[in-house]
Ligand binder design. Structure first.
Ligand code: NAD
Ligand code: AHE
Ligand code: ZN
Ligand code: ZN
Length: 369
């Protein structure tokens, strides 16, 4: 079938709105009509060419919501008409990772997903007869896309897609990192580096967890008002200080924070986020995605003296099991999604969404088809 899509033909170039072809779903696959999609910094990261797994031409997008149109052979958990959120972290419930009880990183389709292919090693997306790569198992910048059954969370059909699409990545990642990865407890002091969609979601999660002080750090002071509204107690611009920001935070917090979260993808900030943690117990969670060739550094003494470095993907959330409940929480107002949606626009203007993000003017732009 034909589908309107924003195609990334090459790294660093604007997306092009064209009509692509979408082939029917094969066994274990599902054709989905995407109604809305957010634009996450990771889409921009891959488009920039910095992603070691970035492949072109491709259809980006991984923060969507939609409706099942057709299911392939052997699909049992979904039927046409079901409302879904595509998952870049699948959940097969059978692999060693799924059964471990220790991680959300299902590996059933991860290898082919990283190669931009469906599990049989081919693509369902093409343009003028040339295959297009899938992206993160989602490719939500197309009105129609094909995902694996295990890469779709079935959600309440009453849920507003223009908001719950953000649970496909940003908001779930931030809130999940607080509850599942860090396990923040009442009274804990936390520091959040980077106040985009992910950092603000960390703040919301920290507030849910009844954290004590919530320090919000960004080099763009334009981000502070919303951070305060969402629960930040202290807003800090590293540019206002002559000394390393970790030293400033350690002084402000009587020795350091209980938890810090890096929500930028900057390896120097990752170091600061670790080093602002309290000696003996402070834990730093890396959420930001750093470009090819980048490495983190610190003095091993930082770890010897009790600080812990962790990472978090999709907030540690098992998508098929946990996301439907998070959608219900959003519908009850226990997760607030509206403050994240700063802009809404049709697919034809999707490049503006990238510009707004790079200019620091948006939190999330939601694209409708
Ligand atoms: P965003 O662009 O909306 O926000 C990033 C924020 O960081 C901006 O407010 C920016 O001003 C700030 N910033 C930039 N450099 C800074 C610096 N040196 N010091 C302080 N602040 C700085 O991005 P986003 O969509 O919120 O994504 C944030 C990061 O999280 C990206 O790297 C993205 O790829 C990653 N991410 C990871 C996961 C995961 O599962 N691990 C999921 C989603 C996004
Ligand atoms: N492809 C990159 C890594 C990108 C990455 O870290 N992705 C995050 C999700 S970002 C969503 O906005 C993630 O979940 N990673 C776990 C996984 O299995 O991909 C690279 O460096 O190769
Ligand atoms: Zn994302
Ligand atoms: Zn699995």
């Amino acid at each position: 079938m034909k589908s309107r899509a924003a195609v990334a033909f090459k790294a660093g170039a604007p997306l092009e709105i064209v009509e692509i072809d979408v082939a029917p779903p094969k066994a274990g696959e599902v054709l989905v009509r995407i109604t809305h999609t957010g634009v996450c910094h990771t889409d921009a990261f891959t488009l920039s060419g910095d992603d070691p797994e970035g492949l072109f031409p491709t259809v980006l997008g991984h923060e969507g919501a939609g409706i099942v149109v057709e299911v392939g052979e052997s699909v049992t958990s979904l039927a046409p008409g079901d409302h879904v959120i595509p998952l870049y972290t699948a959940e097969c419930r059978e692999c060693k990772f799924c059964k471990s009880g220790k991680t959300n990183l299902c590996q059933k389709v991860r290898a082919t997903q990283g190669k931009g292919m469906m599990p049989d090693g081919t693509s369902r997306l093409s343009y003028q007869g040339q295959p297009l790569y899938h992206y993160m198992g989602c490719s939500t910048f197309s009105e129609y896309t094909v995902c694996n059954e295990i890469s779709l969370a079935k959600i309440n059909p009453e849920a507003p897609h223009e908001q719950v699409c953000l649970l496909g990545c940003g908001v779930t990642t931030g809130i999940g990192a607080v509850h599942n990865t860090a396990k923040v407890k009442p009274g804990d002091t936390i520091a959040v580096f980077g106040l985009g969609g992910i950092g603000l979601a960390v703040i919301q999660g920290a507030r849910q967890a009844k954290a004590g002080r919530i320090l919000a750090i960004d080099i763009n002071p334009g981000k502070f008002e919303k951070a305060r509204e969402m629960g930040a107690t202290d807003c800090i611009n590293p540019k206002d200080y002559q000394k390393p920001i970790q030293d400033v935070i350690v002084e402000m917090t009587d020795g350091g924070v209980d938890f810090s979260f890096e929500c930028i993808g900057n390896v120097d900030v990752m170091r600061a986020a670790l080093e602002c943690c309290h000696k003996g117990w402070g834990e730093s969670v890396i959420i930001g995605v750093a470009g090819a060739g980048q490495e983190i550094r610190t003095r091993p003494f930082q770890l010897v003296t009790g600080r812990v470095w962790r990472g978090s993907a999709f907030g540690g959330v098992k998508g098929r099991t946990q996301l439907p409940g998070m959608v219900e929480q959003a519908m009850r107002g226990e997760i607030e999604l509206a403050p994240f949606v700063t802009h809404t626009m049709p697919l034809t203007r999707i490049n503006e969404a990238f510009d707004l993000m790079h200019e620091g003017k948006s939190i999330r732009t939601v694209i409708h088809f």
